[in-house]
Design a protein around this ligand. Sequence first.
Ligand code: FES
Length: 163
Amino acid sequence: MPAEAPAALEWPDDVAREVAEAISHYPVKRSAILPLLWLAQRTWGWVPPAALRLVARTLGLDEPEVFGVATFYTMFNLQPVGRHHLQVCMTLSCSLMGSDRLFRHLEQRLGVGHGETTPDGRFTLRRVECLASCGSGPCMQVGFDYHENLDEAAVDALLERLE
Ligand code: FES
């Protein structure tokens, strides 16, 4: 189920070690902003405002600086997402191969639209721009996995396999 936004967060001990290591890779501390945002998302499943504040505090940055970076990259989830984040490419090559039809199929099957999560917390559906797999569209990213050359039957079979 979607998580509530926590008021404050601290890095868990094991993650704090990864945070320190990430920072050590850069001559300037602020350069670790993207790795720290990734660590925050991996830790909490999304990047709540408290995590943005934590990243800012860790790197000695102003909160709007971190917010600006986090909102620029669409791969950072600033809202809670379901266990499976279905990101359907809607850019030209995939669109020509039927991604619009596929997206409508997913909307109907799941009963949710763009940016929405199913009530059971299982799936979040999202339209995204080019996933850089243009020769094998329609393409959908699920978590970190790519699924290519999709049609409705392949999507249905995939959904059945995902808990
Ligand atoms: S157009 Fe879909 S991956 Fe590039």
